[in-house]
Ligand binder design. Structure first.
Ligand code: WTA
Length: 649
């Protein structure tokens, strides 16, 4: 077995963690498992502000999900913003809630808890004045400005359901989401700013709203002052409209199981699914995991450099940290602007103690050399986190040795949009770590490895990662399509939550996530469905069929590999790749880029016409001789052509 890296000791005991050593971890794990209801009821009552505290833990089971979504704390009533804002006013009113670092390093803002409370109330009143009420959906299509967090919390304040759409998505993707959740209002900004590049958010919004749609108002935050088209009957400036509202807005009381937000994510089909997270369970789980995993202390400066458009931004920039009264940093720019030392410059200037990012950023920065890191004082750092994809031991070691100077804890946190919060992870300053392993489950989480026939594997083994028991933070359903939720997560192994990830368990019982086993690829920490790409490619006149798979990429984790079959009569030329990538950009978004195009005479299909994706994957992974049994192929000669073509790429 690989040796473990020693865990540096805690340097201050000013705010002891809930878990301070491996014995305490094991105790808490056992206590949770002995009675999940009691465990989570205790946690939620202690950490969450309830108007009427719950007496019921879980209702339903994984076996019953097909009949009805699971429920947690169903007799409790609350508004999550009371935990995130009001509960912090008395003791932390003047504490900084959000540090905002803009695109330019000298463009910073600090917002205290009492200021944040007032801003959220004003924005909530503005939404009410725009006719948004409890249960209405609001799409937030913004860059990383504090107003994005304020907009999320303002929705939550009045019981409206937000759906944040990542600012890189195209007009078509935005439109799909607007139509799917039937949003009444969109909150956006004139332009976004990333690495001095302007992103025309309002313009994309205007394009998305061409044709019929349910949107009544568009609230626009002025970020750059750039020119935008304006529709007087529909568009409203944030600064003017929100600015004139009252800073008093009583929180709307919600049921624990009322939806808090919808977040769209990619799956195995071309249509993204809107996962629904609900109030009581989600806020309990994000608060609990944020505090324990990162060993959060009162004076920490916590920075998660994800985007609020993804689940990491929801759970670990906004909801978890604010529910814990933490100081949470929001970063508008990119890690290489103005140079590859930006993160570490930021660490030095703000005294960041906990830093959370994705392996892709770590690999990209490591490739730029150590000098960009060493120029900046990182002595404030104590905990370093990663999320979004497997981290390779080289990148882990670089993060540990160079960035963390061998004295910081690394927490490699495994979780998903669906899980709401971190599920498998080291506990900072407690769990002995080793590069590449997400180590052990959180209390309340019971991982299980199955083979593809549904047999549970025991001891050291490699299989399909499932979770055995419900936990409060998990998504309850897919918006408007519960059968899809059931099929996707509970169809494979009835009674178990299937994650879509492959995983190995070692002799120590540590978990090593090996990556997706379905048709989802994690590209630079962005989760995308191969079917989404395929749908775009075949929309091109000259393309008859397309097969898209992931392949190992040294920086991005996975790259995107496409096999293209042309219509008869069409001729392949190099312009196609440019044209097809433009199409992906237009139909999906700026982050959807195909790395490799291979023109093939046909896709490998079974006699019943099913594409054998395993073959496409193996060739893309550079293992053309490990195709396994191909005797069921309708036309084996296609495989030879694919192999030859791949070699020539
Ligand atoms: C992958 C991101 C290995 C995994 C929070 C999962 C990881 C998918 C890790 C979810 C990790 C996330 N190690 N793989 N620490 N964290 N993943 O929904 O494949 O954007 O299923 O949520 O990212 O991506 P999502």
């Amino acid at each position: 077995m690989e040796p473990l890296r020693e865990v540096p000791q805690r340097v201050s005991e000013n705010s002891p963690n809930l878990i301070n050593n491996m014995d305490e971890y094991q105790d808490m794990y056992d206590t949770a498992l002995a009675n999940l209801d009691t465990f989570w009821l205790n946690e939620t009552r202690q950490r969450i502000t309830w108007k009427s505290p719950p007496t019921i833990g879980i209702e339903g089971s994984f076996l019953e999900v097909p009949e009805a979504p699971l429920k947690w704390f169903s007799d409790g009533k609350l508004n999550v913003t009371e935990s995130c804002l009001d509960s912090n006013l008395e003791n932390r009113g003047d504490k900084t809630a959000i540090i905002w670092e803009g695109d330019e390093p000298d463009d910073c803002r600090e917002i205290t808890y009492s200021e944040l409370h007032d801003e959220v109330c004003k924005a909530a009143n503005a939404l009410k004045a725009l006719n948004v009420g409890k249960g209405d959906r609001v799409i937030i299509y913004m860059g990383m400005v504090p107003e994005a967090a304020i907009a999320m919390l303002a929705c939550a304040r009045i019981g409206a359901v937000h759906s944040v759409v990542f600012g890189g998505f195209s007009a078509e993707s935005l439109r799909d989401r607007v139509l799917d959740c039937h949003s009444k209002v969109i909150i956006t900004q004139d332009e976004g700013l990333r690495g001095s590049r302007k992103i025309p958010l309002k313009q994309v919004c205007d394009e998305a709203l061409e044709g019929e749609h349910p949107v009544e108002k568009v609230l626009v935050y002025r970020r750059t002052g750039g020119d935008v088209d304006w529709d007087d009957s529909r568009d409203v400036w944030w600064q003017e409209f929100v600015g004139e509202q009252s800073a008093v807005c009583p929180a709307t009381i919600c049921d624990a199981e009322d939806p808090l937000f919808i977040l769209y994510t990619s799956g195995s089909t071309g249509k993204p699914k809107g996962l629904v997270h609900t109030c009581g369970g989600y806020i309990t789980y994000t608060s609990y995991t944020h505090q324990t995993v990162f060993d959060l202390r009162e004076d920490d400066v916590y920075a998660c450099v994800a985007d609020v458009g993804w689940i990491t931004g929801h759970s670990y920039i906004v909801y978890g940290p604010l529910a814990n009264g933490a100081t949470s940093l929001m970063f508008e720019s990119i890690p290489t602007y103005p140079d590859a030392g930006r993160y570490w410059d930021m660490v030095a200037r703000h005294g960041i103690t906990i830093f959370y990012t994705a392996p892709t950023a770590i690999r990209a920065l490591a490739a730029q050399g150590d000098d960009f890191v060493k120029q900046h004082d990182r002595s404030s750092l104590r905990v370093l986190g990663t999320v979004g994809e497997p981290i390779n031991p080289d990148a882990w070691n670089w993060y540990y040795d160079v960035v963390g100077e061998g004295r910081c804890n690394i927490v490699d946190t495994w979780w998903q949009t669906e899980t709401g919060g971190i599920c498998i992870t080291p506990i900072a300053s407690v769990t002995p770590t080793i590069g590449g392993s997400a180590t052990l489950p959180m209390p309340g989480i019971v991982p299980l490895l199955n083979d593809s026939d549904g047999n549970e594997l025991t001891g050291p083994s490699e299989g399909l990662l499932c979770i055995k028991h419900p936990w409060p933070g998990q998504a309850r359903t897919v918006w408007g399509d519960h059968p899809r939720f059931v099929d996707t997560y509970f169809g494979m192994f009835p009674g178990l939550y299937f994650t879509g990830d492959g995983c190995r368990r070692d002799e120590r019982g540590y978990y090593w996530i090996t990556g997706r086993v379905d048709d989802v690829i994690n590209v630079s920490g962005h989760r995308m469905g191969t079917a989404e790409f395929e749908a775009v490619l075949v929309s091109h006149d000259a393309v008859a069929e397309a097969g898209v798979v992931g392949f190992p990429h040294p920086i991005k984790g996975s790259g995107v590999y496409s096999y293209i079959v042309l219509q008869s009569g069409a001729e392949w030329n190099d312009n196609f790749s440019v044209e097809l990538n433009l199409l992906c950009r237009k139909q999906i978004g700026a982050h959807a880029k195909i790395d490799l195009f291979q023109h093939v005479p046909g896709l490998p299909k079974t006699r019943s016409g099913k594409v054998m994706r395993r073959i496409l994957r193996k060739v893309a992974e550079g293992e053309p001789d490990a195709l396994g049994d191909i005797s069921t192929l309708a036309d084996p000669s296609v495989v030879e052509a694919i192999k030859e073509g791949a070699q020539a790429l």
